[in-house]
Design a protein around this ligand. Sequence first.
Ligand code: HEC
Length: 464
Amino acid sequence: MSKTHPSHDAPQGKRLGLLAQFAGPEELVAAAEKATDAGYQRVEAFSPFPVLGIDEALKNPRTILPYVVLMLGLSGMCIALLMQCYMNGMEFPGAPWGLSGYDFLISGKPSFSIPAFIPVTFEVIILLSAFGAFFGMILLNGLPKLSNPLFRSERFAAATDDGFFLFVEASDPKFAEAETEAFLSSLGGSGIEGIDEPVTGHAVPGFLYLVGAAVATLALLPPMYLWATSGTTSTVPRISFFKDMENQPKVKPQTTFALFKDGRGMRVAVPGTVARGGLKDDAKLYFGYEPEDGFVGGPRRIEAMLASYSVQPVADGPDADGADSATPPAADQPKEENWVTEFPVKVTKELMERGQQRFNIHCAVCHGLDGGGMGLVTKRALELEQGTWTQPTSVHAESVVEQPVGKLFNTISNGVRKMPGYKEHIAVEDRWAIVLYLRAIQRSQLATADDLPKDKLIELSNLN
Ligand code: HEC
């Protein structure tokens, strides 16, 4: 048995185990199998590449890593749910030390709501599971380790090249120096070698610990100083490392700003501001009526509105409302004869189909698919007999049939009496499409014999 430790002749510590080299992978697997069969439990194999069957031969117990990951994942779930419950879900009035959570009401939704908590919960589960897998693997493998005692065997360097080794640990209950050595050589092991715990005798000098502690403490001082001074009420300007980041030349909306006469940082839009795409310069198309003098869409309309608002110069006092070019001022409601009677969009089959589809989505709930006024909502409301429901007007009523298209358009846009307006939901083109479809279903109820094609008429008269 060779006991050469050529790297140094320092005194050796406790015996850690016996290392034996084998000729090839098959020999290694066979030896490992025999060793574990013989009752050795703490046997480790080393090879330059993964050897098929070695895991089974070594009879290594399964790793507990999956359970570690599972436990951390479950903890992640609990932490995330509790955290969100505390932050969004529940208030505990009278909780000590201000430890009450916060009952966060958003759009009347339940504040403790599992569906809303799922994304965060999922993320935390993944985070902790990944930590568990990563750090668990490292710790279970006994890492990090600066050096492995096996590296001091010169032969062992071949383990990354062409050497196949079996190492029986001295902590194995069956380990007995002489017998184990004999057993390993009976398995065909060569160069059997005892591996000892290294005893270097070179301890870190004590004063270095002191120096290290002092440096670490001193290193904490600058950040602590910055932290302490960043929130002080001192009149001396605070210290900042990144001056242009902490003090950016910008206007904060809720603070004063000396540039303007009224001292406000937040400005209302300049009167007459038109949002991009908000220039409604075709009154017929956007409002459904022929403009009168003094009231037009587009720039002239805005001028007229500004005049009627008598806007004050900004610096002298509160500003007038921002002009909303979408809603005509109430005084500007058109006269009856100004309603548009012709469609301002091109009437096509596609428009009609679009109109039908939009009507069935937006209007049929109340007015019914035939426009007669018995939509599902209406039926249900009548069933409930609450007495507060206004029955939708039938679109076949004479008062509606007689209306010019512009007026119908206006009803859809701004509503009428009890019916709400739908201009926020339905685009301009689609509103015209619905008007077109309204015209079609009105026609369907008022059709006369003249509306039928000739051949159909003949067919009908033959029936009688
Ligand atoms: C929430 C239910 C509801 C919806 C949705 C609804 N309406 Fe109405 N509509 C009404 C009611 C109610 C009236 C009668 C209002 C009144 O007399 O106070 C009415 C009246 C009308 C009138 C008659 C207006 C007049 O001058 O008498 C028309 C035309 C009309 N609706 C068209 C539509 C169109 C087109 C849509 C789809 C864009 C629509 N409605 C969507 C409830 C609804």
